[in-house]
Write a protein that binds this ligand. Structure first.
Ligand code: ZN
Ligand code: ZN
Length: 214
């Protein structure tokens, strides 16, 4: 519907975009603080607005899928290998050689010791390293690190509960969670489903960047 009394456009009191003079700015770059218009506005992975030159500098490079795969493999081996050595093989051996005589008592005696070496030692080792550096042993090896979407360090509680235990539990109760979780890595932001649950991303750590205590 046209206005019955058309008036001349009023001069704008808004700031204009430095790259497009005459066009009103609609936001401010979160890194350099310059005004940006809709054409210049780029949305970062953190959901905030940046100008084009700042976009790549403001956000650290994402960890490659290859690095994440190898880090995951090493972290899985750190749990899997001790379980095999201290729990699975001793149980199988004990059952084969001592079937019949005092089997239950033998298992009762060595089970707590096996559980200690199979679970407590590797998990404690990982937690201590993660508490100090924010990296699991696998991620430390590949030079990558988990951070929050705003770039801040992730707390150990969030890392353990939301990023590790919750996905494990969801995989147990729903058959498909693990599969969907893995396939999410092929999206542009390289974020698995467990990254979305914990509001995290995995980034590259620059070689000259000191390992910051968390
Ligand atoms: Zn900028
Ligand atoms: Zn512009």
């Amino acid at each position: 519907m046209s206005h019955p009394f058309p008036t001349a456009p009023e001069p704008s009191t808004q700031a204009s975009c430095p790259r497009h003079p005459g066009i009103e700015a609609t936001g401010i770059c979160q890194r350099c603080g310059n005004f940006i218009c809709d054409t210049c506005r780029r949305r970062g992975r953190d959901g905030r607005s940046y100008c084009e030159p700042c976009l790549s500098k403001a956000l650290p490079a994402l960890a490659s899928r290859t690095d994440r795969f190898w880090a995951h493999l090493v972290d899985s081996a750190i749990v899997f290998v001790p379980t095999l050595l201290f729990l699975v093989i001793p149980i199988i051996t004990a059952r084969s050689f001592r079937a019949g005589e005092g089997e239950e008592q033998d298992l009762d005696i060595f089970l707590p010791l096996s559980l200690f070496f199979a679970f407590v030692v590797p998990v404690t080792l990982q937690l201590v390293v993660m508490a100090r550096t924010g990296q699991s042993l696998g991620k430390r090896w590949r030079g990558i690190r988990v951070v929050r979407m705003n770039g801040q360090p992730i707390s150990l509680v969030r890392l353990a509960l939301l990023r590790n235990l919750l996905p494990v539990w969801l995989s147990q109760v729903t058959c498909v969670f693990g599969l969907i979780d893995t396939f999410f890595i092929f999206r542009d932001d390289h974020r698995c489903l467990h990254d979305h649950l914990a509001d995290t991303q995995v980034i590259k750590v620059e070689s000259d960047e000191p390992l910051r205590p968390y």
